[in-house]
Design a protein around this ligand. Structure first.
Ligand code: PBG
Length: 327
């Protein structure tokens, strides 16, 4: 009888041996935790389609960031929900805008203890719910990037570390970099939603942030999920425009692009495990159809294994707790 000479099971025999052989390590320091803050809100509101996720009043933000930071999560991603929307999206601008107020308070309370990232987009702030300014029947690119640059500068004035444009307008990274530098914010970084796909996985987020488009959809600016080369061209373009961190979004259905981006480009790669990815797991777990903790581990580990250096995930707090308890 002949035996295979290669016996991979040798290295799986004991728990310590498995520890020794583990290739991918996930830690809370890989996470960026989303935080939703709503203007003029009295108390926290649950997001129906995202169990355990809430919109916070400004007064609760400091507490929340404390909880996140105590879990050794190094960064947050702020999203704002304004009390009023208008055509220009003015609720995103100025020191009295909700996100800028949150940034100011967090910076004042936590100094360098947390990396403050903030979403730079228009869809939460415009009556149209689109990520740029509407002109006729379309979304006007160049006036939109001028506004996105203004938003970035006003967040920088409030003390943001990293701005995160998610509008998928052409030239947004260049416009933001130029405006930040002109205003003296050479140290503020840009993490662009570089390859943000037109995805149905965002639908729960639209509940969370009230940003569903009132007409049409986002196909004229987000990347089609059929086009991997186009997605990589978006990444390359952002790098050429001076981005600091690129992002692939969503994560789980796009692991090929995370891996390819990591292989092709020498920049930090982030992945956004989006609201729909969260909702699918939570929904099934609530029914008792999948083991929640194990599924979350497997998904987040797979994003890391694919090549993400960091990930924005709604599981951040929950997973950070698991990771501290055990592997
Ligand atoms: C909007 C924005 C969206 C998300 C992040 N920023 C929604 C969209 O493009 O429709 C989605 C995030 C998620 O689903 O978790 N600029």
């Amino acid at each position: 009888m002949s035996f295979p000479t290669r016996r991979l099971r040798r290295l799986r025999n004991t728990e310590k041996m498995r520890d020794l052989m583990q290739e991918t390590i996930l830690t809370p320091s890989d996470f960026i935790c989303p935080v939703f803050v709503q203007e003029n809100l009295k108390s926290r509101i649950k997001v129906d389609s995202m169990p355990d996720i809430e919109r916070l009043p400004l007064d609760d933000v400091i507490d929340e960031v404390g909880t996140i930071s105590d879990l050794n999560i190094p960064a947050i991603m702020l999203f704002g929900i304004p009390s009023k929307k208008d055509d220009a999206g003015t609720g995103a601008l100025g020191e009295n805008a909700i996100v800028q107020k949150a940034i100011t308070q967090i910076r004042k309370n936590y100094g360098e203890k947390i990396v403050i990232m903030a979403d730079v987009c228009l869809c939460q702030y415009t009556t149209s719910g689109h990520c740029g300014h509407v002109k006729g029947n379309s979304i006007d690119n160049d006036s939109s990037i001028a506004t996105l640059a203004n938003i970035a500068v006003s967040q920088a004035k409030a003390g943001v570390d990293v701005v995160s444009p998610s509008a998928m307008m052409d030239g947004q990274v260049f416009a933001i970099r130029a405006a930040l530098d002109d205003a003296g914010f050479t140290n503020v970084g840009i993490m662009s939603h570089s390859a943000k796909h037109r995805s149905s996985f965002y639908s729960p987020f639209r509940d969370a942030a009230e940003c569903a488009p009132k007409f049409g959809d986002r196909r004229s600016y987000q990347v089609p999920y059929t086009n991997a080369r186009e997605a990589l061209r978006e990444v390359e373009t952002d790098i050429n425009e001076g981005v600091d961190i690129v992002m692939i979004k969503p994560a789980l259905a796009y692991l090929d692009l995370i891996a390819e981006t990591k292989k092709r480009f020498n920049v930090p790669v982030s992945a956004y495990s989006v609201s729909g990815e969260y909702a699918l797991v939570k929904g099934a777990a609530i029914q008792g159809w999948v083991p929640e903790k194990e599924i979350i581990h497997e998904i987040l580990y797979s994003i890391k294994r694919a090549g993400a250096d960091m990930m924005v995930t709604y599981f951040a707090k929950q997973a950070a707790k698991f990771l501290q308890e055990s592997k």
